[in-house]
Write a protein that binds this ligand. Structure first.
Ligand code: ATP
Length: 361
């Protein structure tokens, strides 16, 4: 089963503190949505509102077209999977996975069959007689997932479920989680503060900050075309270059930066081309600098001097100083950037994104 979710103007106030501030979001049935943001931004509060553990101060929640705003957690078509798994230590895996089914009065044979099929889904059928303490962290996490899915929720809510795992296992479990979600087709809403995790698993990422939604989109669209400075900065490394709008022509606009005047295509301005005189910020990903000799259409920010360089395997990460501004540039693995040498600060024109301060969704 699967269902769409509609959140309308959800606000949650704790005393004088606005943990969630007028949040609206539509989630399609079968989507894998990741709520991403720093600690305290309201991710868990939003997830708890979906699960029914927290009631919104105002606003509404509908699941599968039915208003759920004041419905108790047990009566919602949702299941929440927490980071600590909460498996029953004295029960074997089959009984752990079948526990929710027993609570719903399902007959023994049917319950066992279903528990086995979900253990199969997570690759643990052969271990069904084991107890949780006989498993690794990743295996326990899979059992918790099987148990959560066995009760056929329309929407599975996951609160930092991979938070307790070490990095390598975490990356492996992300791939498994995504593959399982695609197989079962259940709507997943997953909370994390890890940008790489969000990119690894999400159909769409919801970037949150201070109780509000800053950006919503596919991993690629948020990375390449962020709609707020916060979103650009949270989704990986970025150079922010302040600028002032100058003239605009048909499909182009000129901006003045500390590194000189630059003509940019109108498409670089994510929320439209602002009027002359307005302050804007150019967002430049470090890997978008192209060395000399690149044959693609380029924008030039003049020349800079390399003040630091470190080899990261896939690329060299360099600091480049130009006219009092220090930029970060990732240069190809095969380059040999040396500190003290000069670098052409050239970019593909369509790789620059220009945002107005205070922009967002
Ligand atoms: N029951 C509560 N009473 C008072 N304040 C609360 C309550 N629950 C959450 N808050 C506050 O609301 C803000 C948002 O909390 P929330 O748990 O949603 O953040 P989060 O983005 O999930 O952060 P984290 O990643 O640290 O879990 C925090 O500042 C938190 O202290």
């Amino acid at each position: 089963m699967t269902a769409d979710v509609s959140i309308r103007n959800a606000t949650k106030v704790f005393g004088a503190f606005r943990a969630l501030d007028d949040v609206s979001l539509d989630i399609a049935a079968g989507e894998f949505i990741v709520l991403l943001g720093p600690s305290g931004c309201g991710k868990t509060t939003l997830l708890s509102i979906l699960g029914g553990f927290v009631e919104p101060t105002s606003g509404t929640i509908a699941i599968g077209g039915r208003d759920m705003t004041h419905v108790s957690p047990a009566k919602r078509p949702t299941t929440t999977m927490f980071q600590d798994y909460a498996l029953f230590p004295h029960m074997c895996l089959r009984d752990n996975v079948g526990f929710g089914l027993r609570m719903r009065g399902m007959a023994r044979a049917e319950r066992h069959e279903k528990a086995f099929s979900y253990l199969d889904l997570v690759g643990l059928r052969a271990s069904s007689a084991k107890k949780p303490h006989e498993l690794s962290g990743g295996q326990r996490q899979r059992v918790a997932l099987a148990r959560a899915l066995a009760v056929d929720p329309d929407v599975l809510l996951l609160d930092e479920p991979l938070g307790a795992l070490d990095l390598k296992l975490r990356r492996q479990m992300q791939d498994e989680l995504k593959a399982i979600q695609k197989r079962v087709g259940t709507t997943f809403v997953h909370v994390t503060h890890d940008q790489e995790e969000a990119m690894a698993i999400a159909d769409r990422i919801v970037v949150m900050n201070k109780g509000r939604i800053e950006d919503v989109g596919t991993p690629a669209s948020i990375y390449m075309r962020p709609r707020s400075l916060f979103s650009a900065g949270f989704m990986g490394e970025v150079n922010f270059l302040p600028a002032k709008m100058r003239g605009t022509a048909a499909n182009e606009a000129e901006v003045e930066t500390a590194l000189g005047r630059v003509a940019l295509p109108a498409s670089a301005f994510v929320s439209g081309v602002p009027a002359a005189g307005r302050d804007v910020t150019l967002c430049i990903r470090p890997e978008h600098f192209r060395g000399a000799g690149a044959s693609v259409p380029t924008v030039s920010l003049g020349r800079g001097r390399i003040t630091g360089s470190a080899f990261f395997g896939t690329h060299h990460r360099c600091h480049v100083a130009a006219d009092g501004t220090v930029l970060t540039a990732h240069l190809p693995q095969t380059d040999n950037p040396e500190v003290g040498t000069e670098l052409d600060l050239r970019l593909k024109a369509d790789s620059i994104v220009v945002l107005q301060d205070g922009a967002g969704v």
